[in-house]
Unconditional design. Structure first.
Length: 240
């Protein structure tokens, strides 16, 4: 199986790459924005992987990836990359320009890449799209996450469109919504907040990237009968 994952050199992305690459019949393409050294290290360690430079803030790099899609002929697209910080400040202190920039850096690239992938999938009459969201869409959103939440909500609705428009071509679209994980993406989170999260967590353990990667792999290997699913990983907090 050929799989493309965006943002695969650290945190959850790296965990997904490593999990999928453990199956030797898989070949994993993963994108990176700046960390060439880390990308090369993963390539050298995992022989069934290939790094592709794609900074979401670069229109030309996103276009180049889209143009390559016909040659890659992937079976699965995993939308994982996110540019920027998940936590900023209160909504009323964020300028409209920041919202616009975050949208341009995180939504427009996903739209372009997904369109390119769907065109390939439709020709093959098969494919899967898996998009990483956040359980903040279900739980009470933390303070300061307005822009991040808005972008993830936009992707959530896009995934529903992909699921309904493409299933007749044997193409499924599902999402994974993990709760807070300690990764490089959340390095700036205050330790006192993390301690409070652990104290209030039903299992007294914060979700790990490996656990979320396992959920993504489940969707990669599942039947396309599973379509339009949002797999929330939050230990049952704030059940829908």
């Amino acid at each position: 199986m050929k799989i493309l994952i965006t943002g695969g050199t650290s945190g959850l992305g790296e965990a997904i790459v490593r999990n999928l690459a453990s199956e030797k019949n898989n070949f994993i393409y993963f994108t990176y924005a700046h960390s060439l050294e880390k990308a090369s290290s993963i390539e050298n360690e995992l022989k069934n992987t290939k790094a592709i430079k794609c900074d979401f803030t670069s229109d030309s790099e996103v276009k180049l990836l889209c143009d390559k899609m016909n040659d890659l002929v992937v079976d699965v697209l995993i939308n994982n990359a996110y540019q920027g910080d998940p936590v900023k400040t209160y909504f009323h202190k964020i300028s409209p320009i920041e919202f616009k920039t975050d949208f341009e850096n995180n939504i427009l690239p996903v739209i372009a890449i997904a369109q390119a992938a769907i065109n390939v999938f439709r020709k093959k009459k098969s494919g899967k799209i898996i998009t990483v969201l956040t359980s903040f869409l279900v739980n009470t959103p933390p303070l300061g996450t307005a822009s991040y939440i808005c972008n993830k909500a936009y992707l959530q609705q896009l995934s529903k469109v992909w699921a309904t428009e493409n299933i007749k071509f044997n193409i499924s679209a599902n999402t994974v919504s993990p709760s807070f994980m300690q990764t490089s993406f959340t390095n700036d989170t205050d330790e006192r907040i993390i301690e409070q999260m652990i104290a209030e967590h039903p299992l007294k353990n914060i979700l790990t990237a490996k656990e979320t990667a396992d959920a993504v792999v489940f969707l990669v290997n599942s039947s396309n009968q599973i379509n339009g699913l949002d797999l929330v990983i939050n230990a049952g907090a704030n059940l829908k």
